[in-house]
Structures are given as structure tokens and as C-alpha cells.
Design a protein around this ligand. Structure first.
Ligand code: AMP
Ligand code: MG
Length: 416
């Protein structure tokens, strides 16, 4: 059997990303688009606001009528119309006339300013209703001009954008009930290990509960994927090989967990002998050195290691970027944030270390400290961590105070 291919982290990542092209887009109702990759350019079909409207509850006026208004010489205008939001005026204001208008209502023709209720005195009722104003008004006062927010024909969003609730609000205002977005890649997960138990099974000597499967399932779902099969398999090469082939038939991506290193019975490693399109890798990164990757049947297959911290790390820095590329996202990683290192962090040159780190705000910067031991079998530091601190390949340590970069999952709370 051939030796695993030795790769630097950057090479492994580039090989994976170079082999990914976006899956065909799908047309989805607006409400289903949160977090998805926009796959079309959005050009405004009309302006926002679509018409000139009032920014205040008050009176729509012709500012020229009030040019000379003052405490000494107040001006009284006749109220000829009442305009709640949603009603469009059909008349043109004549000199000396105004319209009582509510926020968001279209300005009547002839009006060019709004006097808020707070700056006027209401008089009369019915046909005799009037308002008196004691200060001058300028054209444009409290008026929202058509197109001031978005101009008709302008480029509003570019393909590749991750759609937020705020984006979807804007797209609703622009009358887009459906959007072209990235599909949800169908992913199968195969977790291997004779020692593994379900979460609800009691412990027994030699056995541990499977923590990778539930974690990966949720990471996949929160990365925009549909988990279309998540199963655990014993360390049986034949069964693992069959399950891998079956999963490749029905899914876009197959992830295997565990069994990919040098152990006597590592079933993924052995099953790959019958899959020449998939290579065993030894990636110069920690955690997560043993991996496998390939494109059998045009699908993506990732062999991840078994240790929980390795699974989490390889998922973040290799698999998740590929899954986002499949969907057509322009940004592939979690936020990559500049941080300062709070304590010396040892590494080894010619290996990229991803240190599970907690972050803390100090003097306006984020300071990163290891979240505990960096043993890849440990779960608690991973759970505590805010981020993966990157010790680049060329560095054999990061000294306290050094600037570095981190892939950030969540931020610590700020100073109250
Ligand atoms: P392997 O890569 O299969 O040799 O697994 C490496 C280590 O990770 C071993 O200690 C396994 O028991 C552990 N491990 C493998 N799979 C899982 C899993 N799904 N959940 C928790 N630990 C696991
Ligand atoms: Mg195993």
C-alpha cells in the first residue's frame, strides 16, 4: 500500500478548494434563504422609498407659504385633506393649503416640506380645520425623498453574499419573493469505532460515547448542509467500504470519522484501498494530521481523524470552507480576526498549529490564551474555546504579546 501523501496545511486546503465547484443554484422562497449564499446579482427594480413621503406625523406644506412665519407673525394654513399612511393624495396643494399627514404617507403634489405636530398648533374642526405655524419651514424638511435609500437600477447585492435577516428585509422591500441561492449540500457521515456507544447507552469497560457524530451533525446543519445519513459503523473494513459506496450514490459529500490513521484495524484507511480516487494524507497540522480526501464519482469524500479535537479542527479549517464553496459563498471561513497572544505558545516549525483558545478583551484588543491542554482527545478545552489561534507553519512559537490570527466561533462578552 502506498504511503500517505505528506502535505502542508496550505497545500491540503488548496487541493480541496481547487477541486470544489459550486453546485447548481436553486430558487427558494425568501423565508428559506437565511444564511444561504446568494447566487444572483440583485439590481433594484424600483427606488426605495418608492415615493416621496413624510418622515413625521404633521402637516404637508408648501414651504414658500411659511418662509416668513415667526412668533410675531404666525401663519395659518387650511387643512384640506387628511393622509394616513397608505393613502395617495389625488389633489394638488394650492397656496395657503396643507394636508394633515402621517409618517410614511405619500406627500401630496405641491407639498415640499412637513411641519411636525410638535411645531404647530391645531385649530378648528372638519372643513374649518387649520394649523398655525410660528417658524419658517425649508423645502425638504421631514421629507423622505424617493430613491434616497436605494436608487432604481442600482446594484444592491452581489452573488456570493451570505444572506442575513437584514438583507432579506431589504429584498422584501424590493419585491423579491424568491431568490437564486446555493443548494444545501447533502452530506452523509459515517462514524467508525468498535468502542463507541450512543449517548443514551451506559458506559462499560473499554467503551466511550460517540461525541463526534452529534457534534458533526450540528456543525453540518449550521454550515448550510442537509445531513442525509449519519450512522455509526464497527471497525469492519467491508462494512465501511460498502457504506461509503452507498453514501456516495445518494450524497454530494461523504465524511468519515476515525479509522483513517495507522492502526491495525483502521477501517477507513483499509477501505480506501478499493477507492483509488481517494488519497490518504498526512497533513502538517495539529491537531488533525491523518486525513483522506478525494473525488470518487465526482462527489467529495473527506476522511477525518477520530479524536474529537482533530475532527472539530479539520472540519473548521478544511471541510467547512469546502462546504461553503459548494454552496457558492464568497467568504469561506469563520471570521479570521487579528488577536494578541496572552502567553507564550509553543509549536514546531514546518507545522501549522490550531490552538483551541479563549479570548478576552483588554485595551481594545482581543487576547488569546490556550483553552487548556491541546491534547486532541480532550473535549473540555474545545468546549471552552472561543477560537482557533493559528500558529503559522514558519513559527516555532508565538511569544506573549505577539500579533496573530484566529478563526473565531464566538466573541467573549465585552466590558460592561
Ligand atoms: P481513530 O482515529 O479511529 O484511531 O480514533 C482516534 C481516537 O479517537 C481514539 O481514542 C478513539 O476512541 C477516538 N474516537 C474515534 N471516534 C470517536 C467518536 N466518534 N467519538 C469520540 N471519540 C472517538
Ligand atoms: Mg477508530
Amino acid at each position: 500500500m502506498t504511503e500517505p501523501r505528506a502535505l502542508r496545511y496550505a497545500e491540503a486546503r488548496a487541493r480541496v478548494l481547487d477541486s470544489v465547484s459550486p453546485l447548481p443554484e436553486v430558487n427558494v422562497p425568501l423565508a428559506g434563504c437565511l444564511g444561504r449564499a446568494l447566487r444572483e446579482a440583485i439590481v433594484a427594480g424600483h427606488s426605495l422609498p418608492p415615493f416621496r413621503n413624510s418622515a413625521m406625523d404633521g402637516y404637508a406644506v408648501q414651504s414658500v407659504d411659511l418662509a416668513q412665519a415667526s412668533e410675531a407673525a404666525p401663519v395659518t394654513l387650511r387643512v384640506v385633506e387628511v393622509l394616513p399612511a397608505g393613502r395617495a393624495s389625488e389633489r394638488v396643494l394650492a397656496p395657503g393649503e396643507c394636508a394633515r399627514i402621517m409618517t410614511g404617507a405619500m406627500l401630496p403634489l405641491g407639498a415640499d416640506a412637513v411641519v411636525p405636530f410638535e411645531e404647530s398648533v391645531r385649530g378648528g374642526t372638519g372643513r374649518a380645520e387649520n394649523c398655525t405655524v410660528s417658524r419658517p419651514s425649508r423645502a425638504g424638511d421631514h421629507v423622505r425623498e424617493a430613491g434616497a435609500d436605494v436608487t432604481s437600477g442600482s446594484l444592491v447585492m452581489e452573488p456570493g453574499r451570505e444572506l442575513s435577516a437584514h438583507d432579506l428585509g431589504l429584498l422584501a422591500a424590493l419585491g423579491r419573493p424568491r431568490l437564486e441561492v446555493g443548494p444545501k449540500p447533502r452530506v452523509a457521515v459515517l462514524s467508525t469505532g468498535d468502542e463507541l456507544l450512543d449517548v443514551d447507552q451506559p458506559l462499560k469497560p473499554g467503551a466511550i460515547r460517540d461525541s463526534n457524530l452529534p457534534m458533526i451533525r450540528l456543525l453540518l446543519e449550521s454550515s448550510g448542509c442537509e445531513v442525509s445519513g449519519a450512522r455509526r459503523l464497527p471497525d469492519d473494513t467491508g462494512r465501511v467500504a460498502t457504506a461509503m459506496r452507498e453514501a456516495l450514490e445518494s450524497c454530494d459529500v461523504v465524511l468519515t470519522l476515525g479509522g483513517v490513521s495507522e492502526g491495525d484495524r483502521d477501517p477507513v484507511k483499509l477501505a480506501l484501498r478499493s477507492m483509488p480516487e481517494v488519497e490518504a494524507w498526512r497533513v502538517a497540522m495539529r491537531p488533525g494530521r491523518p486525513q483522506a480526501f478525494g473525488r470518487p464519482q465526482g462527489k467529495l469524500l473527506f476522511g477525518l481523524p477520530g479524536n474529537p479535537a482533530s475532527v472539530a479542527c479539520v472540519f473548521e479549517v478544511i471541510v467547512r470552507p469546502a462546504l461553503r464553496a459548494l454552496q457558492g459563498h464568497a467568504v469561506l471561513d469563520r471570521p479570521r480576526v487579528p488577536v494578541r497572544v496572552a502567553v507564550d505558545v509553543e509549536s514546531r516549525a514546518s507545522r501549522t498549529d490550531f490552538v483551541r483558545a479563549t479570548l478576552e478583551w483588554r485595551d481594545g484588543s482581543l487576547w488569546a490564551s490556550p483553552a487548556g491542554t491541546q491534547l486532541s482527545g480532550h473535549l473540555a478545552p474545545q468546549s471552552r474555546a472561543h477560537a482557533l489561534l493559528v500558529v503559522p507553519e514558519e513559527a516555532d512559537r508565538l511569544v506573549s504579546g505577539a500579533a496573530a490570527e484566529a478563526f473565531v466561533w464566538r466573541l467573549p462578552s465585552g466590558v460592561d
